[in-house]
Write a protein that binds this ligand. Structure first.
Ligand SMILES: NC(=O)c1ccc[n+]([C@@H]2O[C@H](COP(=O)([O-])OP(=O)(O)OC[C@H]3O[C@@H](n4cnc5c(N)ncnc54)[C@H](OP(=O)(O)O)[C@@H]3O)[C@@H](O)[C@H]2O)c1
Length: 306
């Protein structure tokens, strides 16, 4: 059996959706990780961690050198970067730094569908980063989750304005996965022996249609919520109107098209294999969102008040 090397665990993206859940998971296992955060963001880490300021920067040698210094003495690193037009470059900065610092195990958060040749931006970025990781860091593990269940929190705006979840995905079914389960899998890997390039596709317990998701939110909150299948044009206009940058709108529409094509229906047993527990159903998160849904103004209330 491979021994667990000595040294600390470091986490990138520790202030985000998944990183927050991971810091909590590690704390539950008695670990206090280094949290690599952007300058001034140390206070945003919600859990016991030691923040170290490290902007992932522009991928230049200076950013790599600074980050490698911060990673000295680290044995295991969780690699997560934000949805970003050059996410592959941000990932490369961390990969180069981890290689320079001699980190024994890098656990990379990727995405279901990752492929360096994919026409879908996010899948291509993660595919390129997976390839760079395999080249530079032999001790690594890749987690490819499906769409996060927690994305449902992004629906609160249209639930308030129209009483509906609006997406251009038709009758797509998606095996959405809860970030708390991904965090649990990542924590198990980070606290164990280094991987050797294993790839795990992480999904929820079943593929769910968006009408079903709306029903679950209705049942949890007591408030009537519908699913409206909108055209790509309508979705584009809504996102641009809400201030989403054009590159991000295009990238999201590409992902929605993969859902509509049935590419996100896969259900795997990888989470149970890694955590020893079945993944959480969508209804679990729906119940934790219920209070926020009930607190929303009723559709049309803003207009009526004018
Ligand atoms: N959402 C999904 O359905 C889904 C599905 C599969 C895979 N993924 C992948 O999941 C990842 C995103 O995870 P998430 O939703 O947990 O992210 P998130 O909540 O958006 O958090 C992003 C994290 O990255 C940090 N960050 C941003 N810019 C940075 C920079 N220049 N230098 C250092 N840190 C920086 C943020 O710090 P601040 O707090 O300072 O902003 C934050 O901690 C992406 O790789 C995405 O492709 C997402």
């Amino acid at each position: 059996m491979t021994a667990v090397p000595t040294g600390r665990i470091a986490v990138t993206g520790a202030t985000g959706t998944l990183g927050t859940a991971l810091v909590r998971e590690l704390a539950g296992r008695g670990h206090r990780p280094l949290a690599l955060v952007r300058p001034g963001r140390g206070g945003a880490v919600a859990g016991p961690a030691d923040p170290v300021e490290a902007d992932l920067g522009d991928g230049g040698p200076e950013a790599v050198r600074r980050l490698a210094g911060a990673l000295t003495g680290t044995r295991a690193l969780f690699l997560l970067t934000p949805f970003h037009p050059r996410q592959d470059l941000l990932q490369r900065t961390v990969i180069e730094a981890a290689a320079a610092a001699g980190v024994a195990h890098v656990v990379k958060l990727s995405a279901l569908g990752a492929d360096p040749d994919s026409p879908v931006l996010v899948h291509r970025q993660h595919g390129l980063a997976e390839r760079a990781l395999a080249d530079r860091c032999p001790g690594h593990t890749v987690l490819r989750p499906n769409a996060f269940t927690q994305n449902a929190a992004q629906w609160l705006g249209t639930i308030a304005s129209r009483g509906a979840v609006l997406l251009p995905v038709g009758r797509a079914r998606v095996s959405m996965v809860d970030v708390r389960d991904i965090a649990s899998a990542a924590a198990a890997l980070l606290t164990g022996p280094p991987g050797r390039g294993e790839v795990y596709e992480l999904t929820g317990p079943r593929a769910l249609g968006y009408a079903e998701a709306a029903e679950e939110l209705t049942a949890a909150s007591g408030r009537e919520i519908r699913y409206l299948d909108v055209s790509e044009d309508e979705a584009r206009e809504a996102m641009l109107g809400a201030g989403v940058p054009a590159w991000a709108v295009a990238a999201r529409l590409q992902l929605y098209a993969t859902y509509a094509a049935g590419e996100a229906e896969t259900v795997t047993g990888a989470l149970r294999e890694l955590t020893g527990r079945p993944p959480r159903p969508f209804g679990d998160f729906a119940r934790s969102l219920a209070e926020r849904i009930r607190a929303l103004p009723a559709p049309g209330a803003a207009e009526a008040a004018r």
